[in-house]
Design a binder for this molecule. Structure first.
Ligand code: 13P
Length: 311
């Protein structure tokens, strides 16, 4: 790319020329969120991908998000700027192992979090996101047994909220697992009026001290409606950009992880995306997400079930 290229201008031109929709998850860098046509949580991104009339979807997020978009919009070209942008949760649940796991519980409904590969979705009965998981688990008849995967923290949280016992896969998100309850308690001493808000992928001790628990979209909404004007935010720090934009007079303090000196907690996979990569991806329409048709046909069923149950 010539050094004098204005990347933002060039990306905007390519988007128009190619009828491309640029979608970004809340965990992207601020500048990517600002240039995106649509910024959202996992549920909103999936929903938007299912109804867009763009010819190209460029998903600035991690690979499973691009796969979900491709499953829902097979006729569209779906691009993800860096295929190394994986997800520790999706990686913690290889399809072959999950298949053997669910075989041990043949009379169970298989509910999986959206952070999985297309192959794992194809083995599932219902997909959930953190925005609709409580509602969907509560909608499953009481006499049905449930397998939940791959996030053990979200699974344990759902068990405690719904009172339903579930067989839970032992996976976790490396970012949310890292938050230090001790450091959050220390931080609260400096900000005694701050609310602690946390994503349900956090470990139980963090969720126990949280004033509010929810998906990225729910946390964002909560900061806009709550009386508090200071928040300690226990999720990937990218979402703070939208919180500040929506409530410029409120203060948002990233919850610290146990092993960092910078005080915030970023997902290195999400942050692999850059404006430069987005420009090149749009220009060359590469790399393109592919999902084998036999897998796609199975994987779309639990996602459509999710849309039906979360209405
Ligand atoms: P939500 O987008 O559902 O809040 O989940 C966050 C996440 O884990 C993205 O990988």
């Amino acid at each position: 790319i010539p050094v004098d290229v204005d990347l933002i201008e060039a990306i905007n031109e390519l988007k128009k020329e190619k009828n491309a929709l640029l979608m970004a998850h809340y965990y992207q860098d601020n500048e990517i969120q600002d240039i995106a046509d649509f910024v959202g949580d996992s549920l909103a991104l999936a929903w938007e991908a299912s109804k867009t009339d763009a010819d190209i979807i460029l998903l600035a997020g991690v690979l499973f998000m691009g796969e979900t978009a491709k499953i829902l919009s097979p006729q569209k070209k779906v691009l993800v700027p860096d295929f190394n942008a994986g997800c520790s949760l999706a990686d913690s649940c290889p399809a072959e192992d999950f298949k053997a796991f669910i075989r041990r519980y043949p009379d169970h409904i298989v509910v999986t979090y959206v952070n999985t590969t297309a192959d794992v979705k194809a083995l599932s009965d219902i997909v959930v996101t953190s925005t609709n998981a409580v509602k969907i688990i509560n909608s499953i008849p009481k006499d049905k047994k449930i397998i939940f995967g791959p996030d053990r923290n979200l699974g344990n949280y759902l068990q405690s909220i719904s009172g339903r016992e579930m067989v839970i896969w032992d996976g976790a998100c490396h970012v949310h697992e890292k938050f230090s309850v001790e450091k959050i308690i220390d931080l609260k001493k400096d900000y005694p009026d701050a609310e602690i808000i946390a994503h349900p992928e956090c470990k139980k001790p963090v969720l126990t001290i949280a004033d509010f628990i929810g998906s990225t979209a729910s946390l964002l909404k909560h900061t806009q409606t709550a009386d508090a004007d200071q928040f300690i935010v226990a999720t990937e720090s990218g979402v703070i950009h939208q919180m500040k934009k929506a409530s410029p007079d409120k203060a948002f303090i990233p919850a610290p992880p146990s092993d960092s000196t910078c005080g915030c907690n970023d997902c290195e996979f999400m942050r692999l995306n850059t404006l430069r990569k987005i420009y090149l991806t749009l220009k060359y329409e590469y790399p393109e997400v592919q999902v084998a048709e036999n897998i796609r046909k199975e994987a779309i069923k639990p996602i459509e079930k999710m849309f039906e149950l979360s209405e």
